[in-house]
Design a protein around this ligand. Structure first.
Ligand SMILES: *[C@@H]1O[C@H](CO)[C@@H](O)[C@H](O)[C@H]1NC(C)=O
Ligand SMILES: *[C@@H]1O[C@H](CO)[C@@H](O)[C@H](O)[C@H]1NC(C)=O
Ligand SMILES: *[C@@H]1O[C@H](CO)[C@@H](O)[C@H](O)[C@H]1NC(C)=O
Ligand SMILES: *[C@@H]1O[C@H](CO)[C@@H](O)[C@H](O)[C@H]1NC(C)=O
Ligand SMILES: *[C@@H]1O[C@H](CO)[C@@H](O)[C@H](O)[C@H]1NC(C)=O
Ligand SMILES: *[C@@H]1O[C@H](CO)[C@@H](O)[C@H](O)[C@H]1NC(C)=O
Ligand SMILES: [Cu+2]
Length: 380
């Protein structure tokens, strides 16, 4: 089975149905894609050398959370806790009480200009890289940003080392909170409730306070507060691990479509399919809605610390796609407003990625390669 699928994958652009009939375990497919990417990177080793001398010999490697040792997970967790202790760097966002909140605030303020836009993938790539750098440079983290492999444990996220509620997870499910599921996909899709919805019950962040939002949570019964980065709303972080989101969407068909199927043919198709055509649920959204609670809020999902592992996986998919589709890898597609509403100009690779006071505004073209410009990392 693996052999046949491997052959199918070699024919990049092979029809989706051909590949699908060979094997429908998305974890196997992902492993084969990763293998292909590794081979390509080795073949292209000379060309991928970045400005800063980034090579396959010195590149940082971002790993699956599950593959970190417990000591490495504790190191990551204590660094995240450290961000909560650092002061906010931007008084404009007066609701931000600490540096953890600064990330939430910057994202909230930019939401309509970084989703459904030309810069979606690059803006989030840059933001999570800055997060990784802060953890390393200011909070004693010695590893690199771990990602959440969506395709594992999707039937029961409670068993996942990321969400099992242990002291080496990013917290478990929320306390039970009676609610009527979540409404997603522009109001067209209803996801039934999980077993949580209230404050996260266990794990290292139980007593941490979040301060900003919610602004537009998908979870019903979780009422938004005023949409303003100046509105202080101290509270616990909420979660509702929602398997209806993960199992419906983290499928072989969606993975194949994005990486080698019809949706992989251009950056436009890729990013639009990734975020979901209007009224649909696709991989990017499914991670958010599988977290539920605060993680389900397009404006303030960064209140769930697992946001960064979710977006590392988004970035990993983008990276896999870029390596496999070099002729499209350096392009952007789309405008500078959310689904072009209100209508705006087309984005370009010369556009700046504005992250407020979290870091310098740099150009899209500087983050198109994870081994060029300031970036130097790959995924394993
Ligand atoms: C739950 O929400 C869905 C979607 O908004 C709605 O169709 C349904 O009637 C609601 N059910 C209850 C019991 O309120
Ligand atoms: C949360 O705070 C309570 C009360 O101070 C304490 O008993 C508990 O151990 C704390 N939990 C964590 C995970 O820090
Ligand atoms: C695959 O992606 C294409 C292009 O974005 C889209 O039209 C099609 O509906 C997708 N197929 C599936 C099975 O989701
Ligand atoms: C974006 O991609 C779509 C196809 O997905 C294409 O029709 C459109 O012309 C592209 N726009 C730009 C600005 O490249
Ligand atoms: C954006 O690009 C599309 C596709 O190339 C083009 O049709 C459209 O005119 C462009 N929009 C603007 C405002 O330049
Ligand atoms: C908030 O976003 C707007 C629009 O992108 C931007 O002009 C402004 O500088 C941002 N505010 C801060 C404090 O970053
Ligand atoms: Cu976002």
């Amino acid at each position: 089975m693996r052999f046949n699928l491997g052959a199918a994958l070699l024919l990049l652009g092979a029809s989706l149905t051909t590949a699908q009939t060979v094997n429908d375990d998305p974890l196997d497919i992902l492993a084969l894609l990763q293998e292909q990417v590794k081979e390509k990177l080795e073949e292209d080793a000379l060309e991928v050398r970045g400005l800063g001398g980034c090579t396959l010999a010195n590149v940082a490697i971002r790993r699956d959370w599950d593959h970190l040792t417990k000591a490495q997970r504790r190191n990551y967790i204590s660094a995240v806790k450290c961000l909560w202790e650092l002061p906010s760097v931007d008084p404009t966002f007066s609701a931000a009480q600490n540096h953890f909140d600064d990330f939430v605030a910057v994202h909230m303020n930019q939401t309509n200009f970084i989703h459904g836009t030309a810069n979606f993938l690059m803006w989030h790539r840059y933001l999570i890289w800055l997060w990784e750098q802060k953890l390393r440079n200011q909070c004693g983290y010695t590893g690199y940003l771990p990602y959440w492999n969506w395709f594992k444990y999707q039937d029961n996220l409670n068993l996942s080392p990321l969400f099992d509620g242990s002291d080496t997870s990013l917290g478990g499910d929320g306390h039970f909170f009676a609610h009527n599921g979540s409404v997603v996909g522009a109001g067209r899709i209803w996801l039934p409730s999980g077993a949580g919805g209230g404050c996260v019950k266990s794990g290292p962040f139980v007593n941490k306070t979040i301060n900003i939002g919610p602004q537009q949570p998908a979870m019903q019964g979780y009422l938004p507060v005023y949409n303003n980065v100046k509105t202080l709303n101290p509270r616990c972080q909420r979660r509702d691990l929602t398997m209806a989101a993960s199992t419906s969407t983290f499928t072989a068909a969606n993975l194949l479509n994005l990486t080698i199927g019809p949706a992989s043919q251009s950056i436009g198709h890729f990013q639009d399919e990734f975020q979901g055509p209007y009224g649909t649920l696709r991989l990017h959204g499914a991670g958010h809605y599988a977290m539920g609670g605060d993680g389900s809020d397009v404006f303030t999902s960064l209140n769930d610390p697992a946001f960064y592992q979710h977006h590392a996986m988004v970035d990993r998919m983008y990276w896999i796609w870029q390596v496999l589709h070099p002729s499209e890898a350096n392009k952007v597609n789309g405008t500078i407003t959310f689904r072009n509403n209100p209508p705006s100009r087309n984005g370009t690779i010369e556009d700046f990625l504005d992250v407020g006071k979290l870091g310098p505004a740099i150009k899209i073209k500087d983050v198109l390669s994870t081994m060029g410009g300031p970036l130097c990392y790959i995924y394993l």
